[in-house]
Write a protein that binds this ligand. Structure first.
Ligand SMILES: NC(=O)c1ccc[n+]([C@@H]2O[C@H](COP(=O)([O-])OP(=O)(O)OC[C@H]3O[C@@H](n4cnc5c(N)ncnc54)[C@H](OP(=O)(O)O)[C@@H]3O)[C@@H](O)[C@H]2O)c1
Length: 166
């Protein structure tokens, strides 16, 4: 099963300057709990934005990149290659973890999207598709709001009513 996991501001903004806009330790803890032991998929910019530019520990990391050469993660060179890699992992729990380009391309194949909503506007340069305006997606869960390092956040789940085969 493929899912996406993201935190987004009130405008569905997800990043600027190839970095996150907010420091959210509670959301980070949630992200770690959900993804650890599973497979994560990301674009080259998101890998570059990680601490030390390193892949995530205790997870299989698949990275879409035209240019990067490395042996600490699985690199795929095109969406076609990425989809083939994911087809061979149908029995795994796969999380699309960003960024904007990769979310947008893989959204049709995601059964669920876990969106941490941040009640702020961060001045984003990169955005997630607005799922509230997408007829294929319905919000099925919204947590109680909570504070996270000075930001009001809530955890939400969207279901894709029109999942496409890889
Ligand atoms: N809020 C969140 O939850 C969250 C999560 C993740 C990321 N982000 C943010 O999102 C931003 C990054 O997103 P982004 O859209 O700039 O980049 P991205 O989706 O992470 O990666 C784009 C990169 O993917 C590779 N790529 C794209 N299309 C390709 C293709 N057809 N074939 C081969 N490789 C391809 C290229 O990598 P190479 O350049 O290596 O060739 C390209 O530069 C950052 O600000 C980051 O902090 C936010």
């Amino acid at each position: 099963m493929i899912k996406a996991i993201v935190h987004a501001d009130k405008e569905w903004g997800i990043g600027k300057g190839n970095d996150m806009m907010f420091s959210l330790p509670e959301d980070m803890r949630f992200f770690r709990e959900i993804t650890t032991g599973h497979t994560v998929v990301m674009g080259g910019n998101t890998l570059r934005s990680m601490p030390g530019g390193k892949p995530l520990k205790n997870r299989v990391n698949i990275v879409l990149s035209r240019g990067q050469v490395r042996d600490d993660c699985i690199i795929v060179r095109s969406y076609e290659e990425l989809k083939n890699e994911l087809k061979n992992r149908q029995n795994e729990e796969i999380y699309v973890i960003g960024g904007g380009e990769v979310y947008k391309e893989l959204l049709p194949y995601c059964e669920q999207v876990l969106v941490t909503k941040v009640n702020a506007v961060g001045g984003a340069e990169v955005f997630f598709p607005n799922l509230d305006e997408d007829e294929n997606f319905v919000c099925v869960y919204v947590s109680e709001p909570q504070m996270d390092n000075g930001q009001l956040i809530c955890f939400t789940t969207y279901e894709n009513l029109n999942v496409q085969p890889l």
